[in-house]
Design a protein around this ligand. Structure first.
Ligand code: ADP
Length: 350
């Protein structure tokens, strides 16, 4: 291959020498002709000399001043591209077409990289903005209550208790926003890598029901497992993370479920090697226009916060991150005013 490239370069030197020889021979012939001393032998010898001299000079010049520099550029590109080959072993080429292709390819690669950096930077800015916005509201609320108390309201024991309770709620909200952010960052950085094992998903669901029982009772929501579900279904996944997924989904079904409603969980066969876990509620449901954005960070259907229920807007984003990390799928079906069904797949035990 290198031989082919060198041949290619030599071809350009030969061509240039040939053009020079033709020009000089023509000038020489005209000169001899005009002076009536035209001698074919001398002209041929002269042409040969011009051809050899120009070939040597061109080759020497091109080799020294152009190829060597281009080789250096190529070598630097290889280093910039961080190719695993050590610098000394970089396969150097001085073929112009090859080098041009390499440089174009490199430029395209860098363009794509810059584009992706820009997108990430935009995303980062938006994310920092969202975090600041989310933290601002509860912080100001807490500060408002504390300032009012310090300004004299604390002298009234009833108001003191009420405002402290409200400030406590604000701090609680701040804590779960920070916890959610912490979790999402850990999952993204691949920290807390998945530690998969075989476990019984039915036992896990029952435990979560117990944890959320009080919360469900407050709205008189019944938590139940579909009758057709077997007593035990073994799956293979990161149990702690899947517990987080099921907790977030059941928690949402309570938060956005109607008073006296029902949350039903079922586990069915999805395909030969997978199960699907469904969490269905008959709550307020979600309007079609919001569904595609539900898993975005901080996305909430009711942005105004006028709704009594609502968290950080990170719950579903965490769910999606965990399911993606397992290479599994998540689905949503919801009708405004009727209810929602969130479902995700899990592989069977190995
Ligand atoms: P949040 O912390 O606000 O609950 P999520 O990411 O868990 O954030 O959910 C995003 C939005 O999706 C919620 O604000 C809510 O409007 C909507 N949502 C989630 N689950 C349900 C559900 N089961 N029923 C109705 N709406 C839901």
């Amino acid at each position: 291959m290198t031989q082919k490239k060198t041949k290619n370069n030599n071809f350009y030197s030969l061509l240039a020498s040939l053009v020079l020889t033709i020009i000089f021979t023509l000038i020489m012939s005209v000169f001899f002709y005009q002076n009536d001393v035209f001698n074919l032998k001398i002209i041929l010898i002269f042409s040969l000399l011009v051809f050899i001299t120009s070939l040597v000079i061109i080759n020497f010049y091109v080799e020294k001043n152009i190829y060597k520099r281009v080789e250096k550029i190529y070598k630097n590109i290889m280093v910039l591209e961080s190719k695993p080959t050590p610098v000394q072993n970089v396969p150097i080429s001085n073929d112009m077409d090859f080098l041009e292709n390499e440089i174009n390819r490199y430029a395209k690669l860098k363009k794509l990289e810059v584009q992706s950096f820009k997108e990430r930077e935009e995303f980062r800015k938006e994310f920092v903005g969202n975090v600041a916005h989310e933290l601002k509201t509860p912080l100001f609320t807490v500060q408002g209550y504390i300032s009012t108390l310090l300004d004299g309201a604390m002298d009234n024991p009833e108001i003191l208790k009420k405002y402290l309770q409200r400030a406590d709620k604000g701090v609680e909200r701040l804590i779960y926003i920070v916890q959610d952010l912490d979790l999402i960052t850990k999952i993204e950085f691949g920290e807390n890598k998945l530690s998969k094992s075989n476990f019984d998903i039915i036992v896990l669901i029952k435990n979560i029901f117990e944890d959320l029982e009080m919360k469900a009772k407050k709205k008189n929501i019944t938590l139940l497992i579909d009758d057709s579900v077997k007593n035990s279904i073994m799956v293979y996944a990161d149990m702690e993370r899947i517990q987080q997924v099921v907790t977030n989904l059941i928690d949402n079904s309570i938060k956005y479920g109607d008073t006296n409603g029902t949350t039903e969980v079922s586990v069915e066969t999805f395909d030969a090697k997978k199960f699907v876990v469904r969490i269905t509620d008959n709550g307020e449901g979600i309007d079609e226009e919001h569904i595609s954005r539900l898993f975005e960070r901080f996305y909430r259907v009711d942005k105004s916060g006028s709704r009594t229920e609502g968290g950080s807007g990170l719950g579903l984003s965490i769910v999606k991150h965990i399911i993606d990390a397992h290479d599994e799928s998540i689905f949503v079906e919801s009708k405004y005013g009727i209810g929602s069904e969130f479902s995700f797949t899990l592989p069977e035990a190995i």
